[in-house]
Design a binder for this molecule. Sequence first.
Ligand SMILES: CC(C)(COP(=O)(O)OP(=O)(O)OC[C@H]1O[C@@H](n2cnc3c(N)ncnc32)[C@H](O)[C@@H]1OP(=O)(O)O)[C@@H](O)C(=O)NCCC(=O)NCCSC(=O)CC(=O)CCCCCCCCCCCCC(=O)O
Ligand SMILES: NC(=O)C1=CN([C@@H]2O[C@H](COP(=O)(O)OP(=O)(O)OC[C@H]3O[C@@H](n4cnc5c(N)ncnc54)[C@H](O)[C@@H]3O)[C@@H](O)[C@H]2O)C=CC1
Length: 720
Amino acid sequence: MARYSRTEGTIALITLSNPPVNALGAAVRRTITDIMHRALTDGEVKAVVLCGENGTFCAGADIREFGKPPSGPALVPLIHDMEASEKPVVAAIEGVALGGGLEIALGCHYRIAHAKARLGFPEVMLGLIPGAGGSQRLPRLIGIPAALELITTGRLVSAQEALKLGIVDQVVDGNTIETAVKFALNVIGRPLLSRRLSERTPAFSVDAAAVLEEGMARVKQRARGAFAPVVCVQALRAAATLPYSRGMETEEQLINTLIDSSQARALQYCFFAQRNARKWSLPSGARWNNSKPRAVHRVGVVGLGTMGRGITVSLVKAGISVVAVEMEEKQMDLGMRAVLGMLERDAQRRGDTRPPTHLLTFTLSLQQLGNVDLVIEAVFEDMALKKCLFTELCNVCKPSTLLCTNTSGLDVDALAVVTHRRSLVVGMHFFAPANVMKLLEVVCGPHSSAEAVATAMTLGKRLGKVGVVVGNCPGFVGNRMMKLYLDQAYFLLEEGAAPEQVDQVLEEFGFTMGIFKVSDLSGLDVGWRVRKASGLIGPDVNPKTPSRWRQGCRYSPLPDLLCEQGHLGQKSGRGWYLYETPGGKEPKPDPAMHRFLQEYRSRYGLTPRHVHAHEVIERCTYAMANEGFRILEEGIAARAEDIDVIYVFGYGWPRHRGGPMFHAAQVGLATVLQRLEHYHQLHPDVPHLQPSPLLQRLVEAGSPPVHHWREHVQHLHSYL
Ligand SMILES: CC(C)(COP(=O)(O)OP(=O)(O)OC[C@H]1O[C@@H](n2cnc3c(N)ncnc32)[C@H](O)[C@@H]1OP(=O)(O)O)[C@@H](O)C(=O)NCCC(=O)NCCSC(=O)CC(=O)CCCCCCCCCCCCC(=O)O
Ligand SMILES: NC(=O)C1=CN([C@@H]2O[C@H](COP(=O)(O)OP(=O)(O)OC[C@H]3O[C@@H](n4cnc5c(N)ncnc54)[C@H](O)[C@@H]3O)[C@@H](O)[C@H]2O)C=CC1
């Protein structure tokens, strides 16, 4: 919990000890409070050094305790007593000093940090503000503008940046604790008044008022409905305008508005869901912690289009050699320029003079893949083409090479069976732009070996991705749910809504972008090709089939009609919205689209009605969650948390709403069930609105918490 020892005769050394990150659980707070008191009252002790065990100072509050009844002493009195002491207290910061950990360090009179340490207030990412004086002390130390930026974004700073900002007094490369002890010996007896941050007054100028006002406007715009960033600005305003003691009262009032909020719960859920996603397991019993990944030094990327380029950039940035293969000269040239441009811009941003281009080889010949450890295929979404390629790759690559596909929804097993190395085939489904988006679905089929899954997950981690292992089915998890979301959005247009109305509601809910803007951005032709390939449109459709009916259920031909007219989205200057030029980025509501929708509705005898915002949200999000329950039941996702991680990191789902499954739980499963029943009654030709059996069973079981849903899956399936 925390250890007390004496060194150099007069120095008390207090070591936090709560692996893995020395989080400040109740027991730790109790111990540290007791031993700090002992150190501060022991006449023989002249100074105190506070450090953490195993190279980590402290990652802040124990997040697992949030939401439970409070126990143990609070941090505020401990920090206050420490700061008020006449004995110098020195923080020796290694690893991280985050949240409550940094608040303790700010209560110390001096801070010495190791060169590799990182410091920050990530509370906002958990739906909170620094609640143990951090919002009042940091601005007194580094000024309002810098504190505003750090607290509202949760950004961590390096030791070097912390030194520049004035958060730490010294950065060391060697032994931090020894340096801190020497430092403490040196400062014994010096006056401490100016070292007590609570005694300082932040200069509140007209400038600071403007900074806070601008900060509030910026934060509100970026927050997408999240409360915590806004409350952070309010806390900083208190720091700037009130004496310290009143500022502390305000901080307490403000954190109390957040601590039990549904947003804080959702964000804290996301924190653990993201970490739990790494803990995959397969039906064979293979797991993340008993499966050895293969070493990957050299990767082949086949296809240098939109996805191949981003994947190549991610790999090179992680220091991995890439052999990029295209099928024709012109595409290779375009791809090569795009990749080099992205790397150049990235190097400039980071202040590097040269991008790591020595890691790149561009070629038109698959033969150059003989020596790669892993291939990522990113050619057109065409099964016949991919099968040919996999057969060829099998002949060209060494027998141990893993063959991965970036398909967005095709059958990974069907590709595995054309190879002589089925166990070495997995999906590595990146999201566009692949060098930016964090999500990686690792698609595991019945043949995929644990080693292949472990290698793909480990490679994803090296690339800075959040990997989630999913089973193989059309669209996997993300795109399978996305299809139903899109269907609902099209149906809402048929029934009377406009694209910009649907998007506005979704953006107010917190999505990064409305679904129609996303569709314009990705290109309407992407889905068009998929629908053609799956026989929903094209020559295979019986000419007697009604236009709004396919495969036994309601179908909307709206996107097909737009594609036929060449309205493909941003790239063609027109899609669901109008753009100034082809390639334009600014969507404008399109009067021609409104006329088109009117004509469409009258052609099919649809009477338009006013669609309420709550209906947009309910139909889109409950349809997604309902499919999520089916996905869980089929074992395509192992946990509801995994589905949520996929939506938060790959589809712009608002993190402060936790993901579609968590959202359903927060709304109440009984309500979701009842609303789905209602919508299904109104639209019996839309089978996916029919409540899934798992949802019904969960409601019958009294709506258990998300972590217990898996226990209600009737037949644990063989996928995951
Ligand atoms: C620390 C990291 C940067 C490490 O990253 P990495 O090396 O990549 O490892 P991870 O896989 O992320 O983590 C390893 C392992 O540790 C677990 N873990 C990490 N951090 C925490 C944590 N803070 N609490 C619990 N567990 C943690 C993680 O889950 C992993 O576990 P595993 O999956 O089982 O392996 C990185 O982890 C990170 O960024 N962590 C989060 C840091 C963070 O957000 N800190 C801020 C926390 S909030 C805070 O500190 C606020 C306060 O302290 C203010 C206190 C007042 C607020 C009032 C609250 C009321 C509480 C009740 C009593 C009142 C007490 C009082 O008033 O004082
Ligand atoms: N675009 C997107 O948003 C996403 C696409 N995907 C998937 O990624 C894959 C690639 O998609 P995009 O990059 O969008 O396609 P794209 O059309 O932009 O690029 C495909 C590239 O593959 C090249 N190619 C085709 N056959 C080849 C061959 N035999 N050998 C070498 N190169 C060949 C083409 O010349 C082209 O440059 C598809 O399977 C797609 O479903 C996955 C996630 C998102």
